[in-house]
Design a protein around this ligand. Structure first.
Ligand SMILES: [Ca+2]
Ligand SMILES: [Ca+2]
Length: 217
């Protein structure tokens, strides 16, 4: 074998090896099917892992199209808040709502392994492929970083009052060009404090706020 042939064969072998490594890698993203139903003209902040997002989502079973969850009728009907990509919602939604613009609507389809699995969870039956129709209202960049906390905490006393959070929310909505009425903010505030003010004293401390528990002030 000439030196050249040897080098060439090594190269082919390396290529094949790389191909198998890549092909064998289980990529959960490829199992999530995303259809963009509506995309707003303007998009200055796309959702990414760690962002606090506000969203309406309706869940359907792929096999017969029946609805099993509707955030518009559940929990007083206001959009849900959660931190994207950290397991606060099922995996299929965490993956399917990434890189999304405020105002965007998507239809997201994913297998049971990224939903409620082989067992299912009532009213979702075992082994169910799920379809979600989602509408994203707002994206707050890195709200769970201490940087954002300091921005919200006007008087820098390391705890957030309802007034401080509300002011921040208003600014955020005004920034994205979608200001809302007082009732809208009040509903969101109730939701945020319900989920984060664990000791119910009307203040969100750095500890209550920080889901990752590793950022230091
Ligand atoms: Ca404060
Ligand atoms: Ca508290």
């Amino acid at each position: 074998m000439s030196k050249f042939t040897f080098l060439f064969c090594s190269f082919i072998f390396l290529q094949m090896w790389l191909f198998f490594v890549v092909a064998a890698e289980d990529d959960p993203n490829s199992e999530v099917k995303i259809e963009v139903v509506f995309k707003p003209m303007e998009c200055n902040q796309k959702s990414k892992k760690g962002d606090l997002i506000n969203v309406h989502y309706d869940g359907y079973l792929a096999k017969d199209g029946s609805q099993f969850y509707c955030s518009r009728s559940d929990k007083a009907g206001h959009p849900q808040w959660f931190v994207l990509g950290v397991g606060q919602v099922i995996k299929g939604l965490d993956l399917g709502m990434n890189d999304m613009c405020p105002g965007e609507k998507r239809k997201i389809t994913f297998p049971p392994s990224l939903g409620f699995g082989e067992e299912g969870k009532a009213p979702v039956p075992p082994n169910a492929t799920l379809v979600f129709e989602v509408e994203l209202y707002s994206v707050s960049r890195g709200p769970r970083s201490m940087e954002a906390f300091r921005e919200i905490d006007l008087d820098q006393d390391k705890s957030l009052t309802k007034e401080e959070v509300k002011r921040y929310l208003k600014l955020d909505y005004e920034r994205t060009g979608t200001p809302k009425d007082e009732a809208f903010y009040d509903k969101i505030m109730a939701d945020i404090f319900h989920k984060n003010d664990h000791d119910r004293n009307g203040l969100i401390t750095t500890k209550e706020y920080n889901v990752y528990q590793h950022d230091e002030l």
